[in-house]
Design a protein around this ligand. Sequence first.
Ligand code: GLC
Length: 412
Amino acid sequence: MGIRFGDGRDWFFEKRFGLFVHWGLYAIPAWHEQTLYRKGMTRDEYVPLVQQFNPVRFDPDAWLDLAEEAGMQYVCFTTKHIDGFCMWDTAQTDYNVMHTPYGRDVLGMLAEACHRRGFPLCLYYSVVDEHQPNYPNQGRSYELPGPVPGDEPNLDKYLAFVRAQVRELCTRYGEIHGFWWDANILAHRDPSVNAMIRELQPNAVINNRGFDEGDFGTPEREWDEEVRDLRAFERPIEACQSVGVESWGYKVDEDYYSDLYLIHSLDRTLAKGGNYLLNVGPKADGTIPEEAARILRAIGRWYQNVREALDGAEPASHLIDMRDVLFTRKGNTLYAHLPCAPTRNRLLLKPLDVLPRRVTLLNTGEPVEAVVDFLPSQHHEKREYLRLRNLPVNRLTDTVLVLKLEFDDLPL
Ligand code: GLC
């Protein structure tokens, strides 16, 4: 077994594919979750959206049904993004969902559905707050250009507010499986806040974007070298990615990643031992956009065929001498994860030189031909190696191929 915490947080290594949900007032202008920061909208222009928030079609079970169809096993929900609007019945500010026409605690509804279904719930919380009068807005990333008339920037008071909100989130909604900090632009350090979360919610994993380094890293989208270049992660990781190219919240005319790109990204992250948090931005009515739902279902169809190569499997890419193919392992079974566009229809599995009992293409269940022989390209070593032949790389071009190699005794 690889890296473990050795306590209740280890659920994180069993359930490794999660649904990220960015939902808030920003679903109404339907442009980006950072509408104030990126579009230069003022607080006065944004706040009246409260009067329009009425997601009459919000059904947490529909979200979780879709997540399950995708093969996801936990959810992470934006309780408060940088706009400062709170999606729960908080006593710390009126700027919350109870004061909308909808008037219901959406976090409470989601938490109820999660607990009823045994579906772990993690909470996203932004440190930047474009609404709280005590937050010291100074025009840094995600912030307003400066305090608004009437604001009283005061970091101590703001941190007391954060602490009170975190306590609410960790005491009023039953078991919380994770706390997902974001946007600590202040670079504020204070391990006592995570210590409080740990005391109130001992099974919660905490990410590394809060007031200390937390439990796991959060490489984002395709920008991170750790995700791109490593063949196995050396620390707990949860890579995050959105189905939409531009925004995490709902965008009305969003551009989307291709199914193949997302499947490849999911496969590679899981095969390296990481977790994967894939985001959708529900619309203002509470439903998940059709294209986002279609993408999740397409991923689910792939995942359900190959998931035995990922669930409970250890990263094993160091065993085989190959650059663009990743490997995972369960005992004497080895799994090969092919790249998006394989360059050839064979795999040469150096240094293996024994025949597996059986080789199967998990995507379709079809058998794969295996031989051990001496190839011209190996003339320097004059050795035989295991070769898998006639892989259907020209027939199955719109998916990530995963092979299962069952050995009687894997000599590695
Ligand atoms: C990016 C976005 C932010 C989003 C976050 C999720 O940092 O700017 O809005 O919440 O990703 O990881």
